[in-house]
Design a protein. Structure first.
Length: 166
């Protein structure tokens, strides 16, 4: 498979994956572009790994983690500051989904990566472990902790929203 064929067939999926990892459309585009530039230079090694998709996804996860490690990158850019849902009726589903994405964005990068790979990309634990370069047990443990954190934060946000209604 050539690099061009790979990008043509998997490019959109890589951008979706990066958007879920980063929580920022623009940074996700930059991240994919940066990773694909590195993959292009090393394409023979990537293809030799037998599973280029796993290799490139691992590169995305690592690049995202590296970005977060840089001291200057502690801010999240958002198009609009939203403190609480407004008086408009956005629909319960939309509000729940928005809340969940905001809670996901607050997870540590590795926990977010595990949840995205496992539940959004629908990969098994072995594939997630291969991408993240860890054991399947670590994937399961990380997913368990991430889901527990989400549940705890979700319950806390529900009690705050409930208190504000009264």
């Amino acid at each position: 498979m050539t690099f061009e064929e790979y990008v043509h067939s998997r490019g959109a999926a890589l951008v979706r994956f990066a958007r879920l990892l980063t929580g920022d459309d623009h940074r996700a585009d930059d991240l994919v572009q940066e990773v694909l530039a590195k993959a292009y230079v090393q394409w023979r090694r990537v293809v030799a790994a037998d599973r280029p998709d796993i290799y490139v996804r691992r590169m995305l996860v690592n690049a995202n983690s590296s970005w977060w490690r840089r001291r200057s990158n502690r801010e999240l850019s958002v198009a609009e500051i939203v403190d609480h849902p407004g008086d408009r009726d956005l629909g319960a589903d939309a509000v729940e989904r928005d809340l969940m994405w905001r809670l996901m964005a607050r997870l540590p990068p590795r926990q977010r990566a595990v949840l995205v790979l496992r539940y959004y990309e629908d990969l098994d634990d072995a594939s997630v472990a291969e991408i993240l370069d860890c054991s399947p047990v670590t994937v399961r443990t990380t997913a368990l902790r991430a889901v527990a954190t989400l549940r705890e934060r979700y319950r806390a946000s529900e009690s705050i929203v409930g208190a504000n209604r009264d």
